[in-house]
Write a protein that binds this ligand. Structure first.
Ligand SMILES: NC(=O)c1ccc[n+]([C@@H]2O[C@H](COP(=O)([O-])OP(=O)(O)OC[C@H]3O[C@@H](n4cnc5c(N)ncnc54)[C@H](O)[C@@H]3O)[C@@H](O)[C@H]2O)c1
Length: 328
């Protein structure tokens, strides 16, 4: 029998707590240690070695480490892990800027290590079924992806705006669902009560396969909404990530595209997104067939959100950095 993979988590806030809970019960993995600079956070984790920082984790013969510190720290954490020969699952956004994201891509590539990004929305059961069925061609050509993601303002202090924090899920999903990359964006952002970082955003996307997309996000809504819709040759297909429901509005016959046909809807069973993400990452380390969000894909999502912010601030149409497109 192969020995369990030795894993650790750094950053024990909301995301780190979920990673830790999942890793404590993941087959084939031993959670060896957790780390946080905050002693109060560390004290909340029983039954596992808790240390203050990355330096101490590096001496524990880890196979991999989950980075769940604030985004501004992802680069330094990831580079140190790559230098130490440790695989990493890094929370989204991959890094605070595109150049930082690219440095991580290169460091893991150069070291021959596996890096992945925590774009957990891909692992929501309804969204995942939509993605897998689009990939299998069940609905024919994909013409358009629209997403709506609204939330109340988070309790946790936010050092970034809603585009960097939330819309990054939608640009990643749009690229994943279409299998194309974003070639241009226009967008608008809004701020509430003079806050430094944006609270609302809309963007219109063009993709390399000719598809179009649009996203709406806010973090000042009284309700939560997580809707992803693909407009396809076989009708419109809507994934509701909150109810985990997939609904297919088929085109009417014979006037394809001009009327509503059969509407079918079902709940999609599945494991929680963080567990599914960890199973995929573990399997990647074991050399099994799986699908993780690569660091290049994470960097492409950072490029797209930077492009949205730039488009909104300048009132122009912006192309995400060319060197990202060339790498995909
Ligand atoms: N995938 C998702 O859907 C999802 C959801 C929430 C958060 N996230 C991401 O996870 C990351 C963390 O977010 P959060 O909401 O958990 O943040 P948080 O502020 O709740 O937690 C961050 C933790 O990191 C610790 N920390 C900071 N610097 C450190 C250092 N140098 N060494 C050790 N510990 C350090 C802090 O003390 C804190 O406990 C962010 O990148 C965020 O975007 C992803």
């Amino acid at each position: 029998m192969t020995r369990p993979l030795r894993a650790a988590v750094i950053g024990l806030g909301w995301a780190g707590s979920v990673h830790t809970r999942v890793l404590r019960s993941l087959d084939g993995v031993a959670l060896v240690a957790v780390a946080d600079i905050d002693p109060v956070r560390r004290a909340a984790f029983d039954g596992v070695q808790a240390v203050a920082g990355l330096e101490e984790l590096l001496s524990l013969e880890l196979d991999y480490c989950v980075v769940a510190t604030p985004t501004a720290e992802h680069e330094q954490m990831g580079l140190a892990l790559a230098a130490a020969g440790i695989h990493a699952l890094i929370e989204k956004p991959l890094a605070a800027s595109l150049p930082a994201a690219m440095r991580l891509v290169e460091a893991f590539d150069d070291a021959g290590l596996i890096g992945a990004v925590g774009h957990t929305e891909r692992r929501n059961p309804a969204v995942r079924e939509l993605g897998l069925r689009l990939r299998d061609g069940d609905f024919g050509a994909v013409y358009q992806v629209t997403t709506r993601r609204h939330s109340p303002f988070p309790d946790r202090i936010r050092d970034v705006g809603v585009v960097t924090d939330i819309a990054i899920h939608d640009v990643d999903l749009t690229m994943w669902l279409t299998g194309s990359h974003i070639t241009s964006v226009v967008g608008n952002i809004g701020h509430v009560d003079g806050r430094v970082h944006e609270d609302l955003a809309v963007a219109v996307l063009r993709l390399s396969g000719g598809e179009i997309g649009n996203l709406q996000v806010s973090r000042i809504s009284p309700y939560k909404e997580r809707i992803v819709t693909a407009g396809t040759a076989q009708g419109w297909v809507m994934a509701d990530a909150l109810t985990r429901t997939l609904t297919h509005y088929a085109h009417g016959e014979p006037d394809v595209g001009s009327s509503v046909g059969r509407v079918t809807s079902h709940e999609v069973p599945g494991v929680e997104p963080y567990r599914s993400q960890h199973e995929a990452f573990r399997d990647a380390l074991l050399g099994l067939p799986t699908d993780i969000v690569t660091l290049s894909e994470g960097a492409a999502a950072v490029a797209a959100t930077e492009a949205i912010l730039s488009a909104a601030r300048t009132g122009t149409c912006v192309t995400p950095a060319d060197h990202i497109l060339a790498r995909r």
